[in-house]
Design a protein around this ligand. Structure first.
Ligand SMILES: *Cc1c(COP(=O)(O)O)cnc(C)c1O
Length: 393
């Protein structure tokens, strides 16, 4: 079996037989000629199948150590396909520190169709998963490391509990990327990615993916991919395949830079608390050390400042760009309560520990020292305010 760095460059994308081209071609076509009605070379319409998309799907499956990969137009289109496996009256247990868009998909859209959702603290209280199981529970939804607080859920026991009750487990592996963690090997049934993030890695594509081992589940998901139609175009698939080739070196640099930045922030007087699984003080450190290859490229922290001052801080950096999203070569920062998590109700945000003084960094692959210098000069401009007690319990 090939190792992950070789898989990233080779899997699913052989050199072109006709021309020897070493890069898999972009089949920018919507349809395919047929020799007789219904007789074709395996391709009839590009929503159903496209060779460039298939190359990406084979590569994604190989990266996760899974059998079947499915590419989608966005991470949320991939999440939608997972939920479409359910029926009216089914119940989903999800961790409470979810990506805001997934939370919105559950609570504002699928709750209208007779699905029930419970949110539990699967990271700090693993027993809360079993306690939330009902006779109609069909899906357990885990995100680890979670967004934005980088909480770590121990996937193996959670998935085992779910399996014991006939419940399928979805792991949103976007923050870790397949380079750091492979949930199928820990008992998950479906791995979900927003390929927009680390997989593509260059902030120039929106995309999503699912990887599964089970043949029947793959067939069902293929139906939703084709019949609901949330598919990516060939050029986006090409760009994602191109991005994936460097996932190894990128992730190593993301993680090394993030780790240095977390340590720098931890000793800074304007910083109240740092959330990074690589820090020994992080409650999920030991699980992350066992479950992940490295600790990741995301760092969040509470500023010792009031809300307005925390927002102002995010405008003071020069290398970090104030923007949503993550996982790109270019460093980004954001203020989750007013950006990525603005669609989560304020009381729910508060309950989940997302305070007004929270800042999230997506640490890029630039020079680590220059990134630290940038944060240092921005922190120097913040007026350290009253400690907000409601925010970081
Ligand atoms: C971005 C993201 C998504 C949604 O993906 P899109 O590509 O933006 O649709 C889902 N989960 C996580 C953890 C994400 O970061």
């Amino acid at each position: 079996m090939q190792k992950i760095d070789t898989i990233a460059v080779h899997a699913g994308q052989p050199n072109d037989e006709q021309t020897g081209a070493v890069t898999f071609p972009i089949f920018q076509t919507s349809t395919y000629g047929q020799t007789w009605p219904g007789e074709h070379k395996g391709y009839s319409y590009s929503r159903t199948a496209n060779p460039t998309r298939e190359a990406l799907e084979r590569c994604l499956a190989a990266l996760e150590g899974g059998k079947h990969g499915l590419a989608f137009a966005s991470g949320l289109a991939a999440a939608t396909a997972c939920v479409l496996t359910l029926q009216r009256g089914d119940h989903v247990i999800a961790c409470n520190d979810l990506y805001g868009g997934v939370y919105r998909l559950f609570t504002q859209i699928f709750s209208k169709f007779g699905l029930e959702f419970s949110f539990v603290d699967a990271a700090a209280k693993p027993e809360s998963v079993e306690a939330a199981i009902k006779p109609n529970t069909r899906l357990l939804w885990i995100e680890t490391p979670s967004n934005p607080l980088l909480r770590i859920t121990d996937i193996e026991p959670a998935a085992a509990t779910a399996r014991g009750h006939g419940i399928k487990t979805v792991v949103d592996n976007t923050f870790a990327s397949p380079y750091l963690q492979n949930p199928l090997s820990l008992g998950a049934d479906i791995v979900l990615h927003s390929t927009t993030k680390y997989l593509n890695g260059h902030a120039d594509v929106i995309g999503g993916a699912l990887v599964v081992n089970d043949d029947d589940l793959a067939e069902e998901l293929h139906l939703y991919q084709n019949a609901a139609g949330g598919v990516p175009g060939p050029f986006d698939c090409f760009l994602t395949l191109r991005g994936i080739k460097t996932i190894g070196p990128r992730m190593e640099r993301h993680c090394a830079n993030a780790s240095r930045i977390a340590e720098f922030l931890q000793q800074h007087p304007a910083v109240e608390r740092v959330y990074y699984p690589g820090l020994e003080s992080h409650p999920g450190h030991e699980i992350a050390a066992r479950q992940q290859r490295y600790f990741g490229g995301m760092v969040s922290f509470d500023l010792r400042a009031v809300a307005e001052e925390s927002k102002r801080f995010t405008t003071l950096t020069q290398v970090f760009t104030l923007a949503e999203s993550l996982g790109a070569v270019k460093s980004l920062l954001c203020h989750p309560p007013s950006m990525t998590h603005a669609c989560v109700a304020p009381n729910v945000r508060k309950q989940n520990g997302i305070g007004h003084n929270l800042v999230r960094l997506s640490v890029g692959i630039e020079d680590g020292e220059e990134l630290i210098a940038d944060l240092d000069q921005a922190l120097a401009q913040v007026s350290v305010g009253r400690k907000l007690t409601a925010v970081s319990s």
